[in-house]
Write a protein that binds this ligand. Structure first.
Ligand code: NAP
Length: 248
C-alpha cells in the first residue's frame, strides 16, 4: 500500500521539494497551497511525470474548516493520510519586537502555531489506532530560529517555531502508543522564496558566511530528512527534532 502524504504549503520551497521526493518514492501526494495554484499544479505535474500520483488542494491552513476540507479531499483521492508534513509557515518583514503590530503577530501565530496544531489534530483523529485508524507519521517543520531566537529580525516567527518544537515533544508522547510517530525538522538558512516574503530576497546568500558549512541549504536537502523521519526506517524515532542547518 502506498504512503499517502499531505504536505501543507506543498506548492513552493521546502514543501514542494518534499512533495516531489515523496512522489518519486511512490507515495500518493496531496499538495496543499493557499493562493499559488500554478505552482501547486507544477508540483503535481512533476510528481506525475516521475510516475507518481498527486493532487493540488487549495486551503488556508490557518482556517479550521479548510484544514478539515483538505484532509477530506486527500482521503477521498487516495485513502487515509499516512504522513502529514506540517510545513506551511510564514514570516514577515525583519524588525524589532517594539515595532511589531498585534495584527502581524496574530497572522504569524494563526498559521504557524494554531494552523499546525489544527493539522496535527486532524491527522491524529484520523491516524490514531485508538480511533480505529492505521497509524502514521507527522513531521513538523520548525526552524533553527526556535533555538537561536530570531532577535532583531523575526522574534515573533522564532517564538512560533519554539511552539512547534513543543508540539513535537508533547504530541509524540500523547500518541506514542497509538501508532503515530511525531518528529520535527529545524531547517537552517534554506534557499527558498520565504526570504523575499520577509523583504530580503538575498538573505540566504548574504548569511552564507554565518553558516559553519559556508553556504545555505537547499529545499531538497531538507526533504531528504523529512522523508527519512516519515519512513519506516525511522520506526523507533519519535519526539525528535533534527537540525538540517549546515551546523548553524
Ligand atoms: P516558501 O518558499 O515561502 O513557501 C511557503 C509555502 O507555504 C507555499 O507553498 C505557500 O503556498 C504555503 N502557504 C503560505 N501560507 C499558507 C497558508 N495560510 N495555508 C497553506 N499554505 C500556505 O517557504 P519555505 O521556505 O519553503 O518554508 C516552509 C517551511 O519551512 C515554513 O514553515 C518555514 O517556516 C520553514 N523554514 C524555512 C526556512 C528557510 O530558510 N527557507 C528555514 C527554517 C524553517 P502558496 O504557494 O499558495 O503561497
Amino acid at each position: 500500500m502506498s504512503a499517502v502524504y499531505l504536505v501543507t504549503g506543498g506548492s513552493r520551497g521546502i514543501g514542494a521539494a518534499v512533495a516531489r521526493l515523496a512522489g518519486a518514492t511512490g507515495a500518493d501526494v496531496c499538495v496543499n497551497f493557499v493562493s499559488n495554484r500554478d505552482a501547486a499544479d507544477q508540483v503535481v505535474s512533476d510528481v506525475v511525470a516521475a510516475g507518481g500520483k498527486a493532487i493540488a488542494c487549495q486551503g488556508d491552513m490557518a482556517v479550521e474548516a479548510d484544514v478539515v476540507r483538505v484532509f477530506d479531499a486527500c482521503e477521498e483521492a487516495f485513502g487515509k493520510v499516512t504522513v502529514l508534513v506540517n510545513n506551511a509557515g510564514i514570516l514577515d518583514q525583519e524588525g524589532r519586537l517594539e515595532d511589531f503590530s498585534a495584527d502581524r503577530i496574530a497572522k504569524i501565530i494563526d498559521l504557524n502555531v494554531t494552523g499546525a496544531l489544527l493539522c496535527a489534530r486532524e491527522a491524529t483523529r484520523r491516524m490514531s489506532t485508538a480511533n480505529g485508524g492505521d497509524g502514521g507519521s507527522i513531521v513538523n517543520i520548525s526552524s533553527m530560529a526556535a533555538t537561536l531566537g530570531g532577535g532583531a529580525v523575526y522574534l515573533d516567527y522564532a517564538v512560533s517555531k519554539g511552539a512547534i518544537d513543543t508540539l513535537t515533544t508533547g504530541l509524540s508522547r500523547e500518541v506514542a502508543r497509538e501508532g503515530i510517530r511525531v518528529n520535527g525538522i529545524r531547517p537552517g538558512i534554506i534557499e527558498t522564496e520565504i526570504h523575499a516574503s520577509g523583504g530580503n530576497p538575498t538573505r540566504a546568500a548574504d548569511l552564507a558566511d554565518t553558516v559553519p558549512m559556508g553556504r545555505p541549504g537547499t529545499a531538497e536537502e531538507v526533504a531528504e530528512a523529512v522523508l527519512w523521519l516519515a519512513s519506516d526506517k525511522a520506526s523507533y524515532v519519535t519526539g525528535t527534532t533534527i537540525n538540517v542547518s549546515g551546523g548553524r
